[in-house]
Design a protein around this ligand. Structure first.
Ligand code: R5P
Length: 284
């Protein structure tokens, strides 16, 4: 028998996954000692297979995931599957400067020791799966991102803010069923400063859907939308797999003129309109 065990940042998704798979959802407790140390536990867990679901959106969430892996082993689980709906640090997949770590590899190694299998969702680069020791696979959730779009998009254009995300934009177009695709050129100057050069596609009077894998600070998307606004675009919809929406990202996007922002529940936010539970369930 299988039981789902949720990290504190992924409780809604874990419950949806339990429903999809028709398995039970463990009781979990998340505590903090007076010195700041965490204690995540699954006190009644008593099964031979655990699926731990936890996006590592913070260092605490990462530590909690390691504790839950250990807790279910301690309680007798023989097979532990770790679902990382969002893998933190995945974008740091190489040492960008001398003396820097390959943070994604360090994170993957720590998670690998407590699990027999890893499933993640749209990592920034799929090659990050190779950093894990047990089998790690990536689920593509982009197919669901077209679901919340209105059926009456005017002559739609599906754009990505850079060449790296064009496949996501193409997937959203394909599932929507109609429209042109293209991408902007992006130059990143710092963690919060990006420059976006327009694509050649004519957007005047047309509805545009801009898709990326992650919206973090919102700099990439707000720049992209700013470029569109200068070109007399119709409605603008912004969508992503991982709505990290750090700091002032939402305000930045609204000020740029975005009408609708939505993403999936890999990171549980108000804008998480699409669940990746069915896609993860298929993979499992
Ligand atoms: C990077 O290439 C990613 O695909 C995203 O474009 C990036 O992580 C978004 O970050 P931000 O929202 O901070 O611009």
């Amino acid at each position: 028998m299988t039981t789902i065990v949720s990290g504190s940042a992924s409780q809604t998704l874990a419950a949806s996954l339990a429903d999809e798979l028709e398995v039970s959802l463990a009781a979990v407790e998340y505590d903090r000692f007076p010195d700041g140390e965490l204690l995540a536990a699954a006190p009644d867990f008593d099964d031979d297979r655990a699926i731990i679901v936890g996006s590592t959106v913070s260092s605490d969430a990462h530590l909690e995931l390691l504790q839950l892996q250990d807790a279910v082993r301690e309680a007798g689980a023989e097979d532990v599957v770790t679902v990382l709906p969002y893998m933190g640090y995945a974008r740091q997949d190489e040492a960008f400067e001398a003396g820097h770590p390959v943070s994604a590899r360090a994170v993957a190694r720590s998670i690998s020791t407590g699990t027999d299998r890893v499933v993640t969702v749209n990592p920034h680069e799929e090659a990050v799966c190779e950093f894990f020791e047990p089998t790690a696979t990536a689920v593509d959730a982009a197919g669901r991102l077209a679901d919340p779009l209105p059926a009456d998009l005017a002559d739609p254009v599906f754009l990505s803010p850079d060449a790296g995300a064009i496949e996501l934009a193409e997937t959203v177009r394909d599932t929507y069923g109609d429209g042109e695709t293209d991408y902007f050129e992006k130059t990143r100057h710092s963690g919060t400063e990006v420059e976006i050069s327009p694509s050649d596609v004519d957007v005047a009077g047309r509805d545009v859907v801009v898709t990326d894998d992650i919206i973090a600070t919102g700099s990439t998307m707000s720049e992209a939308v700013g470029v569109l606004r200068d070109r007399d675009v119709g409605r603008v919809f912004v969508t992503c797999v991982h709505p990290l929406l750090a700091r002032n990202a939402v305000t930045k996007l609204r000020r740029a003129g975005v009408e609708t922002i939505y993403g999936t529940d890999t990171i549980e936010r108000e804008v998480s309109a699409v669940s990746v539970a069915p896609a993860i369930a298929d993979e499992l």
